[in-house]
Design a protein around this ligand. Structure first.
Ligand code: MN3
Length: 243
């Protein structure tokens, strides 16, 4: 408890100092974590690992700003409220264990724990376009599982295109350590006990309209085709190796 209060006070004070010097506030929580040495609270929204405009022109800065600071921030806030109401001790509970047992919680917890987890993963799955492709063991596993990188992209793109309404497309490492592609509705994800698609999410794509509508309007396939340019394959490889 004392630690948390100190951390909050530190962030608040650092925020005031940053405002005075004009530093972007979005970088501060991770900065605070690295300076003070606290582990980030996985139930709270983390700093975006890049600027709102870093994924331009694929993801426009207004979409990034609204998506991160409004939509995703709301999931994090509502998750916090649900954790208090449903007595989830966020300092001793992993977010994965809540997701694994999501059928025991409310619809509010399901929507917002999923929404928060999915977005935190999504931000990290992206980065400025570099032209990079999968490498090493991960690239070999993609080829072995799907035939080729292009075949993988086609299958994943179809999963996103064909998800009716709002949801997510996923590359998942399942219990048999096989890479599989699928999708989930709403803010569900493959860690949830209620999900048809089960396993460890390696790569996730948000296909809610709020993720693309300002730039791509109703053209979800155009958004997905462009999105491949901003996938951070180095991060995705690390997820695969750690799964
Ligand atoms: Mn979203």
């Amino acid at each position: 408890m004392q630690k948390k209060q100190n951390r909050r006070a530190f962030i608040a004070n650092t925020g005031k100092a940053a405002l005075a010097t004009g530093i972007s506030l979005t970088v501060l929580p991770s900065l605070a974590n690295s300076i003070v040495g606290f582990a980030p609270n996985p139930f709270a929204q983390q700093a975006l690992p890049y600027d709102y405009k870093a994924l331009e022109p694929i993801i426009d800065s207004m979409t990034m700003e609204i998506h991160y600071s409004k939509h995703a921030a709301a999931y994090a806030k509502n998750l916090g409220d649900a954790c208090i109401a449903e007595k989830v001790a966020t300092d001793v509970t992993t977010i994965e264990s809540v997701l694994h047992n999501i059928s025991k919680y409310s619809a509010k917890m399901r929507n917002n724990c999923g929404g928060h987890y999915n977005h935190e993963l999504f931000w990290q799955c992206m980065g400025p376009a570099t032209g990079a492709k999968p490498e090493g063991k991960f690239a070999a596993a993609i080829d072995q599982s799907f035939g080729s990188f292009d075949a993988f992209k086609t299958q994943f793109t179809d999963a996103g295109k064909n998800r009716f309404g709002s949801g997510w497309a996923w590359l998942v490492l399942n219990a048999d350590k096989k890479l599989i592609i699928g999708s989930t509705p709403n803010q569900d994800n493959p860690l949830m006990d209620i999900s048809d698609l089960k396993g460890n999410p390696i790569l996730g794509l948000d296909v809610w309209e709020h993720a693309y509508y300002l730039k791509y309007q109703n053209k979800r396939p155009d958004y997905i085709n462009a999105w491949w340019n901003v996938v951070n394959w180095r991060f995705v490889e690390k997820r695969f190796e750690g799964a």
